[in-house]
Design a binder for this molecule. Structure first.
Ligand code: C2G
Length: 444
């Protein structure tokens, strides 16, 4: 029986070894295909640290491969299986179901993956970041799914105030640790991702940082400016990374849009208008005390505002629509005045509008079509249309992989702050959100 398996095999660890052992045991000839940088880039895998040559060498050194080949393009698996006369395609169970299409060509086997990369010796040698998840809701699920596209990050465990939810979550994602308490989870990991209800972020993040753990915290970081400032102070004191998970901030397209706008190509920025609306929300998003259009969604347009105009606004006015039968505001407009510019953030839960972003300047404007917060494409437009320019970028999957990659590389490089979202910018956003929720003119 001829067996084939594929992978990046970056920072070669015991999970890889066991996978290769299991694959080899399925037959008598094992072919291991190692991905090229190019192919990893095309399939949205981030932060691969070792070169193709190093990764191949590690696979060879394991002594488990009878043959090593290179995977360099989409669709290659179909060709390889036929070309190498393969009987069994084997891959880790984190890909369950994803390669069923190959069963037209050979047997497809999903092998149990190794839960976590548990030896600390390994961590020190290879620099794999062990991550724990606090919370077990929809966004937490998405984060784990996206983390497999970030090399050097291993999601090890979960903690939830509802133990049965945590257990189910750990089963779904094959996690090693179900924390029976937050301190228990913290003992097992280097860093946590906080996806618990907004009102609990500050307490959880503080406890984690005081235990010396890095924190990636869902937006909104906090609902008050004071708590946000305190959290960044705790991070500085304990020399850990605290990053607010506003995914847009870390995506390649959005960063480039900000850079183009701030490079002066559209002149001086005079206004920023961003909209983000959603239909069909249920659960905490539309429940008191922490739900509502502002707390759920304003982080995104406010991110664009502070990145483009800074944190020095001189006036803020908010208008919220808050229907009598709703526990929360369902549509809000936050207007900000800067010394030489204005900004408007529009957000809605249960109201649908065009979700675009327009940055107006003295020489031209930037237009980012909906969904601008998953920036894949934008245009710089001018009076003379011949000067218009289109910019295209990648935004893979849900985009959470970009924030995970940034978080991991800040930790690895011992950089306390990301220029893509500075502490001062994140705290300013918390302040604007707090003010908007407190002092909105409310329409019923
Ligand atoms: N693996 C594992 N246990 C781990 C980590 C990884 O069993 N703790 C397995 C994966 O399931 C995969 C192999 O090791 O089968 C290689 O993993 P990666 O290097 O992360 O490569 P991957 O991104 O899974 O590549 O074409 C490439 C393939 O689609 C998969």
């Amino acid at each position: 029986m001829r067996v084939i398996t594929y992978g990046t095999f970056d920072l070669f660890h015991e999970g890889h070894v066991r996978l290769l052992e299991r694959a080899k045991a399925l037959g008598d000839h094992l072919i291991v295909a190692v991905t090229t940088e190019n192919f990893d880039d095309a399939r949205g895998k981030l932060n691969v640290r070792q070169s193709l040559m190093e990764r191949i060498r590690n696979v060879e050194r394991s002594g488990l491969a009878d043959e090593v080949i290179i995977e360099e393009y989409e669709g290659q698996k179909v060709t390889d299986i036929q070309k190498y006369d393969v009987d069994i395609f084997a891959i880790g169970s984190d890909w369950l179901g994803r390669f069923d299409y190959l069963s037209d060509y050979c047997e497809v086997v999903y092998l149990e993956r190794t839960k976590g990369v548990s030896s600390t010796q390994l961590r020190d040698e290879t620099g794999i970041l062990k991550l724990g998840v606090v919370g077990s809701g929809r966004i937490a699920h998405r984060l784990v799914a996206e983390a497999r596209f970030v090399s050097g990050v291993s999601v090890e465990g979960v903690y939830s105030t509802t133990p049965s939810n945590a257990r189910r979550f750990a089963d779904t994602h094959e996690l090693r640790v179900v924390g029976h308490s937050l301190p228990h989870l913290l003992e097992e990991v280097d860093a946590v991702y906080v996806a618990a209800p907004h009102g609990t972020h500050a307490a959880i993040a503080t406890e984690a940082m005081e235990a010396g753990k890095h924190v990636l915290c869902e937006k909104p970081l906090t609902l008050t400016r004071k708590e946000a400032d305190e959290l960044y102070a705790v991070a500085a004191e304990h020399r850990v990374v605290l990053l607010e998970a506003i995914k847009t901030a870390f995506s390649p397209g959005f960063q480039r849009m900000v850079a183009v706008a701030r490079s002066g190509s559209i002149g001086q920025v005079r206004s920023v208008d961003g909209t983000f609306t959603k239909l069909g929300e249920t659960g905490r998003e539309i429940q008191a005390p922490d739900g509502g259009s502002i707390s759920e969604l304003a982080s995104y347009p406010l991110l664009a505002v502070v990145k483009l105009l800074g944190t020095g606004h001189i006036d803020q006015r908010t208008t919220s629509v808050w229907p009598d039968d709703s526990e929360v505001d369902t549509f809000s407009r936050i207007d900000l005045t800067y010394p030489h510019a204005v900004a408007s953030a529009r957000v809605g839960l249960g109201v649908k509008a065009e979700g675009d972003l327009v940055v107006a300047g003295t020489k031209g404007y930037i237009y980012v079509p909906a969904p601008w917060w998953k920036t894949e494409y934008f245009e710089a437009r001018f009076e003379d249309q011949r000067d218009n320019k289109k910019y295209y970028y990648k935004f893979d999957g849900d985009g959470l992989r970009y924030e995970i990659a940034e978080f991991a590389s800040l930790i690895r490089n011992e950089t306390p702050e990301s220029f893509k979202l500075r502490a001062a910018e994140s705290a300013a956003i918390a302040g604007i959100i707090e003010e908007a929720r407190r002092n909105a003119v409310v329409l019923r």
